[in-house]
Every structure is written in structure tokens, then in C-alpha cells.
Design a protein around this ligand. Structure first.
Ligand SMILES: Cc1cc2nc3c(=O)[nH]c(=O)nc-3n(C[C@H](O)[C@H](O)[C@H](O)COP(=O)(O)OP(=O)(O)OC[C@H]3O[C@@H](n4cnc5c(N)ncnc54)[C@H](O)[C@@H]3O)c2cc1C
Ligand code: SF4
Length: 461
């Protein structure tokens, strides 16, 4: 039988309906759709998709189980490699990883691996299936700092090996960017994120919230006074960057982190919550990554006319293709090849506009992308009352500045060996955005996995 060239389409909320609500945009596959899509997989002997997956999920293995309707088995295959499949199925940039190298993509569309992963994880949750905990316990204890994808993965893997693991989280809720950054309409918090965190806890991991390592207690104290045998730092990169242009101190200028945290974690968008959020009428979001798309689509849902201002062209937008497509469908206005020069401020100190300059693309720079160059004399103004900066983030220096012998690089990222997470300090490991700077969920999970293996080797030396 000939293989179908196209993916089974996935159901989504209509653009004009979803632009006014915070419910999930993508509705996912049902059983029949998932089984039909699974029949497209060729079950390659040397599967390229697995090579493209940073945590090496046995992709043909789980898809075969889906094809045969064995969804529980499919879940156990995935959970051997991933602690957060319902999250990854929703937010991973599959087009540049597993699906980007799937052989079906040569002649037609690649296998819809992300949507199948999501289906399996959702089915398992709805049917009460949990990952299997370790049968033998070890007497060594490990502290994990931060409960984002890096920390959760490292903790989950160590617990599976039988170690006693405790996560320390600064915020009042666990999940890192998954709870405070990525909006509800892409990643439901209660149904998906909280449920996957419960699965990590079911492996035996303890989570203590409201503990800021470096303030409440230091890493040296965890080791010397609390008796932890090893520490993993997965504290992310939560410090926002600004442009340093005139007007950035005005009322109505936000970092995307603050704006999204007020909405996602503090539920500013809900009438039944007290957290204030400034609902601008005309909002400019500066940047072109996932964070920029999330901030813009949040502002749109809060009722604003919304613009994205990005200095390169559509081809260079670093956001996931699906997010850009959804943002455009929902009516966000893209001002591409434009760069802000100044935020214009009224007599009361509030934003009244944004002065931008047109850009053109020159030769590729060190990132491999064509360098944007200003077009002289092409400045013009856009009328806005809110500006959201989504220009990237760097690690908070609190942990590195309070831990003796922990080396960082010039971007304040912790220096750690990619293969096992080992830092410059014995017994202290690190991974995720705290090491790489802002990256992706799956890379953070891959780093958490590598560090769990590294910690196990260190403790068995
Ligand atoms: C808005 C937004 C959208 C994104 N969209 C995507 C996407 O679609 N796909 C994708 O793959 N990636 C996306 N990313 C990137 C991805 O979320 C991150 O790369 C990933 O979450 C990094 O994981 P982490 O565990 O290293 O850090 P984080 O998720 O940042 O978690 C770190 C945790 O450590 C805690 N912490 C920090 N300091 C301390 C301390 N001193 N003591 C105790 N706890 C501490 C923090 O509170 C936080 O909970 C997005 C990021 C943002 C901000
Ligand atoms: S590369 Fe594509 S077709 Fe081959 S096993 Fe992976 S998902 Fe299936």
C-alpha cells in the first residue's frame, strides 16, 4: 500500500474564536486519527528521527504501538526517555528535530511525531497510567535546584535509579518556564504541566517551593550542613535583556518575562484573580522568538491591536513555525525588517509610540543568519501605548555569586561539561538554560538526563 504523503490534519480552534480566549489552540488527535497517522511511519531500521531527538526517544517503537492500538505500551516506551511527553508533544520545535529528518519528509510531509507523542501522553493521563518507579532505593541524596524541564528530568531520572531526590524551587509553583512563561493557550497548566509534575513526584521526587538557593540557603550549606551528596543546578535563564534605547524606563514598557508571568502564573487575564495587568490598546512586541509570539498572542487575547517588530525577515524568525503561523492567522501585524530606535513618551511618563527604522539584510554574521543593516533616513513612528521587550534572557547571577569555586563564562552562564553536566566544583552539576542561555525545553531535558547519568557515575566512583 502506498504511503500517504500528507499528515492527518490536526483539529484546532478557529483563528477568530481563539484570538478571544485562552483555551488551547490545538485540539490534538483522537484515537482514530492517531492510529491512522501512525500507519504512515515506515519503521525505519536506522531511524533518522531518533538521531534528531535530543533525548533519543524510541520513536518508531512507540509509533508501532500506537498503530496497533497499544497506547499504554506506547506511553511506557516514551517515558523510558522523557519525563514530560505531553509538554514536549506540544512545544518542541519538531520541524528542526525529529520531524525535520524523518525520511517521509523527502517526498511529502514528515510523520506527525509531536502530535502522536502528545496523543499518547494525554491518553495515558486520562487513563491514570503512571511511569514505573524504581524498585530498589539507594541511600544517597541529591538536591536539584529549579523545577523547570532540566531539573524535573534530572530529578526523575535519578529517582528512577533509586536515589533520594529533592527539588528546591524559588517560586510558589513548580514547572519553571512551563508555568510562568509559555501561555495557557499553548500549554494548559493544570491538565498538562501539573499532571506531568505529579508523575515526576510519583517516581519519588520531593519538591519544596519558595526556597531561593543563594538566599534561603546556599549550595555549600546544602552539601556541608544538609548532607547532600551531589547538587544539580537547573536554575534557567530568567533575567530579561533590554535594548538600551531612549524611553525604555517609561510606564507601559515591560519585559516579556514580567508580562507573561503576570498572566500565566498570576492569572492576570482572569476576572476572578486580583493580579493587575495593564491591558494596552496598541501593543508592540520587540523580537521574533517563541517568547515574542507568546507575548503578542497574549496581548491580542487581552484585547489589544498587536504588532511584532523584528529586525530580520520572516525566514529568519527563530520562533517555532507553528507559532508564527498561528500568530499570523490570529491577526497579529508583523513589522519585519524593522528595528526600534526610541520609545516615545508623553508628558506623564507613559508610552505614546515607537520610533522604528527600516532594515535590509547584508552578509551572514557569526550566527549564520544575514546581518540586518539600517536603511539611513527611513525612520517612522508607530502609535502604541505598550512596548514588550522579548529580546532574550540570561542566567541570574545569584547562584554563581554565592557558590565557592563555581565558574561562569562572560554571559554569566555556568560552565559545565555537556556530556555529564560536571561544573568546576566537585559534586556540583548543571544543565539547561543556566548553562546554555535561553534555549529549548528538549535541550534542557537532554542536559538534565546527561547530568543524572553524570551524577550516578560520580557517586559510584
Ligand atoms: C515565553 C517562553 C516561551 C517558550 N517557548 C518554547 C517553546 O515553544 N519550545 C521550546 O522548546 N522552548 C520554549 N521556550 C524555552 C524553554 O521554555 C526553556 O529553554 C526551558 O524552560 C529551560 O528549562 P530550564 O529547566 O533550564 O529552566 P527554567 O524552565 O527557566 O526553570 C528554572 C527554574 O529554576 C528556578 N530557579 C531559578 N533560580 C533559582 C534559585 N536561586 N533557587 C531555586 N530555584 C531557582 C526558577 O524559578 C525556575 O522555576 C520558551 C521560553 C519562554 C520564556
Ligand atoms: S524517520 Fe519517519 S518514517 Fe522513519 S521511523 Fe522515524 S518517524 Fe517513522
Amino acid at each position: 500500500m502506498a504511503v500517504k504523503l500528507n499528515k492527518v490534519p490536526v483539529r484546532e480552534q478557529e483563528p477568530l474564536v481563539r484570538a478571544k480566549n485562552f483555551d488551547e489552540v490545538c485540539l490534538g488527535y483522537n484515537k482514530e486519527e492517531a492510529m491512522e497517522e501512525a500507519t504512515r511511519c515506515l519503521g525505519c531500521k536506522k531511524p533518522k528521527c531518533v538521531e534528531g531527538c535530543p533525548v533519543s526517544i524510541n520513536i518508531p517503537g512507540f509509533i508501532k504501538e500506537v498503530k496497533e492500538g497499544n497506547f499504554e505500551e506506547a506511553y511506557h516506551v516514551i517515558s523510558m526517555s522523557s519525563a514530560l511527553p505531553a509538554v514536549c508533544g506540544r512545544v518542541c520545535p519538531q520541524e528542526s528535530q525529529c520531524e525535520g529528518v524523518c525520511v517521509l519528509g523527502i517526498k511529502g510531509e514528515p510523520e506527525s511525531i509531536g502530535k502522536l507523542e502528545r496523543f499518547v501522553a494525554d491518553w495515558a493521563r486520562q487513563n491514570g497510567i503512571k511511569p514505573k518507579p524504581a524498585t530498589e532505593k539507594k541511600d544517597k541524596k541529591i538536591a536539584v535546584i529549579g523545577s523547570g524541564p532540566a531539573g524535573l528530568t534530572c530529578a526523575g531520572d535519578l529517582a528512577r535509579m533509586g536515589y533520594q531526590v529533592k527539588i528546591f524551587e524559588a517560586l510558589h509553583e513548580a514547572g519553571g518556564v512551563l508555568v510562568y512563561g509559555i501561555p495557557e493557550f499553548r500549554l494548559p497548566k493544570k491538565e498538562v504541566v501539573a499532571a506531568e509534575i505529579e508523575n515526576v513526584k510519583a517516581l519519588g521526587v520531593e519538591i519544596e517551593t519558595n526556597v531561593i538557593i543563594g538566599k534561603s540557603i546556599t549550595i555549600d550549606e546544602l552539601i556541608e550542613e544538609e548532607g547532600y551528596d551531589a547538587v544539580f543546578i537547573g536554575s534557567g535563564a530568567g533575567l530579561p535583556k533590554f535594548m538600551g534605547i531612549p524611553g525604555e524606563q517609561a510606564n507601559g514598557v515591560f519585559s516579556a518575562n514580567e508580562y507573561l508571568t503576570r498572566n500565566n502564573l498570576m492569572k492576570g487575564f482572569r476576572e476572578d484573580y486580583d493580579t493587575p495587568i495593564f491591558r494596552g490598546k496598541k501593543v508592540a512586541v520587540i523580537g521574533g522568538g517563541n517568547v515574542a509570539m507568546d507575548a503578542a498572542r497574549t496581548a491580542l487575547r487581552l484585547g489589544a491591536q498587536t504588532y511584532i517588530v523584528y529586525r530580520r525577515s520572516e525566514k529568519e524568525l527563530p520562533a517555532r513555525v507553528e507559532e508564527v503561523h498561528h500568530a499570523m492567522e490570529e491577526g497579529i501585524d508583523f513589522h519585519l525588517l524593522r528595528n526600534p530606535k526610541e520609545i516615545l513618551v508623553d508628558e506623564n511618563g507613559w508610552v505614546r509610540g515607537l520610533k522604528v527604522i527600516k532594515m535590509e539584510l547584508g552578509e551572514p554574521d557569526e550566527s549564520g543568519r544575514r546581518r540586518p543593516i539600517e536603511v539611513p533616513g527611513s525612520e517612522y513612528e508607530i502609535e502604541v501605548d505598550t512596548v514588550i521587550m522579548a529580546l532574550g534572557t540570561s542566567p541570574n547571577p545569584l547562584i554563581s555569586s554565592t557558590t565557592k569555586g563555581l565558574d561562569t563564562n562572560r554571559w554569566k552562564c555556568i560552565v559545565a561539561d555537556e556530556s555529564n553536566g560536571q561544573t568546576s566544583k566537585a559534586g556540583v552539576f548543571a544543565g539547561g538554560d543556566a548553562v546554555t542561555g535561553a534555549a529549548t525545553v528538549i535541550l534542557a531535558m537532554g542536559a538534565g538526563k546527561a547530568a543524572a547519568k553524570g551524577i550516578d557515575e560520580y557517586l559510584n566512583k
